[in-house]
Design a protein around this ligand. Structure first.
Ligand code: OSB
Ligand code: MG
Length: 371
């Protein structure tokens, strides 16, 4: 089965509420779904999790589309792939992990379908449901009242862990307010690189709120700064943006810059790499959890399979579809007692609903193998 075509579907899906982080506010998810069509007529799907602008990391959606068109599609098209060989082949393109992951996952989905194997089975899933957390943005009104209203809704829905987005000026007070109302809910924070080393002792004031972790307080490449913060705080430090590869995960552990890791398959180039990082962390007893990028059902299905691996001992940002979208491009994932079911069908186990795909689509690029 060789890959005969890649289709890049650009979608715009409104979010149920604005999502504000230290790097900006999103009200619409503009996302590209990659469809890989093989010579036996199978359709594999992968989600490109870039944001529209380079605020989370250096990649952004329009740039990722250009990278896929110019560099990744010519590598992939017209050939037969297994996941490991594709991974090493795509490695000749530097960086651009989010773009690479989207193409690699679409090809992986088609390949798994040809073997009638689910992604969870392929990766080594040990659970049929995963514990779900939810990531709560900075309220656009910047009021504690709005934050508590939103968190209350998620607690009532059954989420097993709450993550609050923080930035300088929005940290101790909101965390204290949530902790006061819910004294025992598992709680953590995510700064998306908004602080500096000079804030180490300020961040240590979060210790009194019994948080699971503080995620990515400093810049992506500030290894030494994260070590300084880790020494100042009793709360575990977790890295997200800094972890781009197996090697960076190992550096974080050995250097004691982090004591747990958020694994996002997009950020590390795909599921083969995500599993390698999981395996390393499991062997070093470093807890991991599955991050999110406001995925549609396509990316969510695959993330849930990953989160079913044994080392994923903390609830992930794998929330139900209705936390993000009134209508998803796939059948929605519905929270079941604070968990989501691991898909069992071949490949990622889900595909866009054709009518939703067409209705949400703002652009379509088709790239064909040349013969
Ligand atoms: O830092 O984890 C992050 C969303 C977009 C970009 C970066 C991040 C996030 C989230 C939301 O925190 C996770 C989700 O619910 O998908
Ligand atoms: Mg994060």
């Amino acid at each position: 089965m060789s890959i005969e075509a890649l289709r890049l579907h650009s979608l715009e899906i409104p979010l149920v509420r604005p999502f504000r982080t230290s790097f900006g506010t999103q009200t619409v998810r503009d996302v590209v779904l990659v469809e890989a069509i093989d010579s036996d007529g199978r359709h594999g799907w992968g989600e490109c999790v870039t944001m529209a602008w380079p605020g989370y990391n250096a990649e952004y959606t329009a740039g990722a589309v250009a990278v896929i068109e110019r560099y990744l599609a010519p590598i992939v098209l017209g050939q037969d792939w297994d996941p490991e060989r594709l991974r090493s082949k795509l490695d000749v393109i530097r960086g651009n992990e989010l773009a690479k992951a989207s193409v690699a996952t679409a090809v992986l989905d088609a390949w798994l379908q040809s073997r009638e194997q689910s992604l969870g089975d392929y990766l080594g899933a040990v659970r049929d449901h995963v514990d779900c957390g939810v990531s709560v943005g900075i309220p656009t009104s910047e009021t504690i009242a709005e934050l508590l209203e939103e968190v209350g809704g998620y607690v009532d829905a059954g989420y097993r862990r709450i993550k609050l987005k923080i930035e300088p000026g929005w940290d101790l007070e909101p965390v204290a307010a949530v902790r006061e109302l819910w004294p025992s809910i598992p709680l953590q924070v995510d700064a998306n690189q908004a602080y500096t080393r000079e804030h180490a002792h300020h961040l240590a004031r979060l210790d009194e709120f019994d948080l699971l972790l503080i995620e990515q307080p400093l810049g992506e490449d500030d290894w030494w700064g994260h070590r300084i913060v880790a020494e100042a705080c009793a709360t575990p430090i977790c890295l997200d943006e800094s972890i781009l590869s197996l090697e960076s995960a190992e550096a974080a552990i050995e250097f004691k810059a982090a004591s747990n890791i958020n694994i996002k398959p997009g950020r590390v180039g795909g599921f083969v790499q995500a599993k390698e990082i999981h395996d390393l962390c499991l062997s070093r007893e470093i807890p991991v959890w599955c991050g999110g990028m406001l995925e549609t059902g396509v990316g969510r299905a695959a993330n849930i399979a990953l989160a079913a691996l044994p080392g994923f001992t903390l609830p992930g940002d794998t929330s139900a579809s209705n936390r993000y979208y009134a209508e998803d491009v796939t059948k929605p994932f519905v929270l079941d007692n604070g968990t989501l079911p691991v898909p069992t069908g071949p490949g990622i186990g889900i595909a866009p609903i054709p009518e939703n795909l067409t209705a949400m689509r703002v652009d379509l690029i088709e790239l064909m193998a040349t013969r």
